[in-house]
Ligand binder design. Sequence first.
Ligand SMILES: [Zn+2]
Ligand SMILES: [Zn+2]
Length: 242
Amino acid sequence: MLLAACGPPGGPSPSPVTPAPSVAPSVAAAPAVVEPVTAEPAAVEPAIDPAPAPPTIRGEVVLVALGPFPAAQLDAIEEHLKRYAAVDVRRLEPLALPSEAWTAKRKRYRAERLLDFLEAQIPGTPMTTRILGLTAVDISTSKPPHDDWGIFGLGNMPGQAAVVSTFRLKKKARDAAHVQRRLNNTALHEVGHTFGLDHCTEALCPMQDAEGSIANTDAANDVFGPECAAELEAGFPLRRFP
Ligand SMILES: [Zn+2]
Ligand SMILES: [Zn+2]
């Protein structure tokens, strides 16, 4: 009898009750039929309070192209970040690559200097605001023992600035959609760093270390793994911004 009261509201209809065999009812059987009816009121669920207004975003990401960069790729990144990082996205007009970040030795731009340059574009913004620069040129950082190591992207952790380059993401990509998927994943990864997320070992989490190859990026899910998602929520909870 108790099982009948546990079905979820809106679930499948209960199976038809098999009719009782038509035997002559005995006097003792009659009360057993009445019993479940009187028990029903006890199973009524308490009224649920109206849900509070749903939380909205964690912060804002300012997107900006550094040098020539396809608008369609920026549009797709914007949608990806809104959906999977739960942020608002604002766009700036494209900026020229800063000459102070250029390094002639390998014809690359130093990612740390790009981060400084980007951060200077959003002075006085709240700590929930980030700026993500997108560029098609090769970018690099120091990664011992390499003093100039080409990378997909870099983000201050935690901090306000991140940068992503398509230069290496394009290599051996099957098509434009494949490049875009890598780009979206790397943008989410670098923005994750700015929100304080370090590299993790969660299977298929976008915060896994690239470890010098594109394999993890290609395999990663769009959503953060449970540990990263919990850390993100603890540090930058979803809320309504004024
Ligand atoms: Zn990383
Ligand atoms: Zn993770």
